[in-house]
Design a protein around this ligand. Structure first.
Ligand code: ADP
Length: 165
């Protein structure tokens, strides 16, 4: 049985992430989306909120589950009894960092392989950071996000502006 972990911040999950999740679910027996908690940057959404959004929009895909984690990715992968890490590659700019991470993880855990999926060209420009910038300037989000996620982002931005008044 091939179990894959797809780790990331997912702050918030975009249609680009969803494309990777759907394609991975077709290839693997089971997929665990791992939501990273311990990022140095302060996220817009808490780990619990990010998990909840991912659960909601992946509920129709039967072999996908969502969990949050902190600490080393390879420890989380072992805990999940998974053997593959999946990452998305958008452009050459992703490559250097991803290669370094994959090689480091391979030294720490030789039993785990990292595989890369090139992004759907439709979403190759898309990042959570860009989406947040658009949201803070009240731009339209439906091109980039599932409607449920778009609504949550709008709400979060509104709460932020309210708290400033
Ligand atoms: P991280 O902070 O770990 O990079 P992200 O949530 O930004 O977390 O990304 C998680 C994974 O999804 C990474 O492998 C990233 O390359 C990939 N990814 C990000 N945006 C896209 C996209 N638009 N299309 C496909 N993959 C993406």
């Amino acid at each position: 049985m091939t179990v894959a972990v797809y780790p990331g911040s997912f702050d918030p999950v975009t249609l680009g992430h969803m494309d990777i999740i759907e394609r991975t679910a077709q290839m693997m027996d089971h997929v665990i989306v791992g939501v990273l908690q311990n990022k140095s940057k302060t996220p817009l959404f808490s780990a619990e909120e990010r998990v909840r959004m991912l659960e909601k929009i992946t509920s129709r895909i039967k072999n996908v589950e969502v969990q949050s984690f902190d600490g080393l990715l390879v420890d989380f992968v072992h805990k999940c009894r998974a053997n593959v890490i999946v990452r998305g590659l958008r452009a050459i700019t992703d490559f250097e960092y991803e290669l370094q991470m994959a090689q480091t993880n391979r030294v720490m855990a030789p039993d785990i392989d990292t595989i890369f999926l090139t992004t759907n060209l439709r979403y190759s420009y898309l990042s959570s950071t860009t989406v947040k910038e658009i949201a803070f300037y009240h731009g339209r989000l439906e091109e980039f996000l599932h409607p449920f996620v778009a609504e949550q982002v709008r709400q979060k931005v509104e709460d932020y502006y309210q708290s400033k008044n």
